[in-house]
Design a protein around this ligand. Structure first.
Ligand code: PLP
Length: 408
């Protein structure tokens, strides 16, 4: 049961309690949960149990006896509760990039007379790369049109087959109005693919209410499912019966174990499965989702907005050289705050060295994820103090902070 604030305004989430559910290394203030959420304590025993009792003892029987085969849909339903999706409309598997490909391919096929995929230039590159690869395989003259985020609504015309947007910009945290843009897309005859990478677990989402056609997202960011945790895909119940999967793997087949040589898509959302699901990763993700049984996403959102505002105030007081690139209004932000700084890369390395972990996004952005499940106002103040000290005294200025590593 997910507690929800319906009848009164009292927060129902005990944030001291949710914080206690995570392992946070001593001395670390973790402001990178928008990239990789921390370890939920129960995940350790859940994964150990899966290894020992299920894989170890059951062997191949685990697919039936431990319910491995039905996990993609069962965990999909758990995610569905957090994103406003009805049971049976979300399924897990693969990575987000793959899910983008599947969703865009399905949507393009439903608008065969149109040629344009509309996106904005704040979108995550992998989403655009996948769309580009899809276009090349189709060889039918499709094109990707990217416009400024604020120009998306005005760029919707009768050439647009698919509006492909990430709701919350990975760099700036700017948030699109999903309901409004979905209505505008539909009015122009286009379908929508919403990427929820920086939304799921960060803010309330109402896919069904917004009338979204397709949505995809990852689970290792604000959902804390662990490095490489599987992605999800949502298809509106209105469309799923007509979707012809482009990645027509055997586990999306109507009868995988009939081993027919002809592909026939499976029932409902199951057809968006591709191959063998990552059962070990599911054990960690399923444990991570237990945290949400004790937290209301509405409470998380309210606290995230307050913590973000606080962080901005504290940083701006101390660091006049940093320029806020996130929307100042919390309503228009996701759950992150980003600043532009000429020396962003070495400054972030110096900050990490002192236990305040955020990340760097090229060319000059310092990004801070605000995850209220395990962060409080004290963390905001202490992180800003450390940043202020580094910037004021040029403590980022050393060769060891300049060496660029593979993952930033
Ligand atoms: C994090 C992120 C991805 C990553 O895709 P993977 O296939 O999981 O590596 C893709 N798109 C967006 C918008 C993201 O924020």
């Amino acid at each position: 049961m997910t507690p929800d604030r319906k009848d009164n305004d009292q927060p129902m989430t005990d944030f001291n309690r949710t914080r206690s559910l995570f392992h946070l290394p001593e001395g670390v203030i973790y402001l990178d949960g928008n990239s990789l959420g921390p370890l939920p304590l129960v995940a350790r025993e859940r994964v150990a149990r899966l290894l020992c009792e299920e894989w170890g003892e059951m062997l191949i029987r685990g697919w039936n006896d431990a319910g491995w085969m039905t996990q993609p849909a069962r965990i999909g339903d758990r995610i569905g509760r957090l994103i406003g999706a009805a049971p049976g409309t979300v399924v897990m598997g693969d990575t987000l990039s793959i899910k983008v490909y599947q969703a865009v391919a399905a949507a393009l096929e439903m608008r065969p007379e149109r040629r344009v995929i509309l996106s904005d230039y704040g979108n995550f590159p992998s989403d655009l790369y996948m769309a580009d690869g899809l276009i090349r395989s189709l060889g039918r003259g499709h094109e990707i049109r990217t416009v400024a985020p604020e120009a998306v609504g005005g760029a919707l015309d009768e050439s647009v087959a698919v509006l492909l947007l990430t709701e919350v910009d990975y760099r700036t945290g700017r948030r699109h109005d999903m309901a409004r843009l979905t209505r505008a897309a539909h009015a122009a005859g286009a379908l929508t693919v919403w990427d929820l990478a920086h939304s799921a677990g960060a803010l309330p989402i109402d896919l069904a209410g917004a009338g979204a056609d397709f949505a995809v997202g990852c689970t290792y960011k604000f959902l804390n499912g662990g490095p490489g945790a599987p992605a999800f895909i949502y298809v509106s119940p209105e469309h799923i019966g007509r979707v012809r999967p482009a990645l027509s793997g055997w586990l999306g087949h109507e009868a995988p174990f009939a081993f027919d040589l002809d592909y026939r898509s499976g029932p409902g959302i199951e057809r968006m499965r591709v191959g063998t699901p990552p059962i070990i990763a599911f054990a960690a993700l399923d444990a991570a989702l237990d945290v949400w049984d004790e937290a209301s996403i509405h409470d998380v959102r309210a606290r995230s907005m307050a913590l973000g505002d606080r962080f901005i105030t504290e940083v701006e007081q101390r660091c006049p050289g940093l320029e806020l690139v996130s929307p100042r209004s919390a309503e228009d932000r996701g759950s992150q705050v980003s600043f532009r700084f000429e020396h962003a890369y070495p400054a972030m390395q110096a900050l990490i060295d002192r236990g305040v972990i955020g990340d760097f996004r090229a060319p000059d952005i310092m990004r801070f994820g605000i995850a209220p499940l395990y962060l409080d106002a004290d963390d905001m103040v202490r992180a800003a103090e450390t940043l202020g000290d580094i910037v004021a005294h040029g403590r980022w200025d050393g060769p060891r902070y300049r060496e660029q590593r593979a993952v930033t």
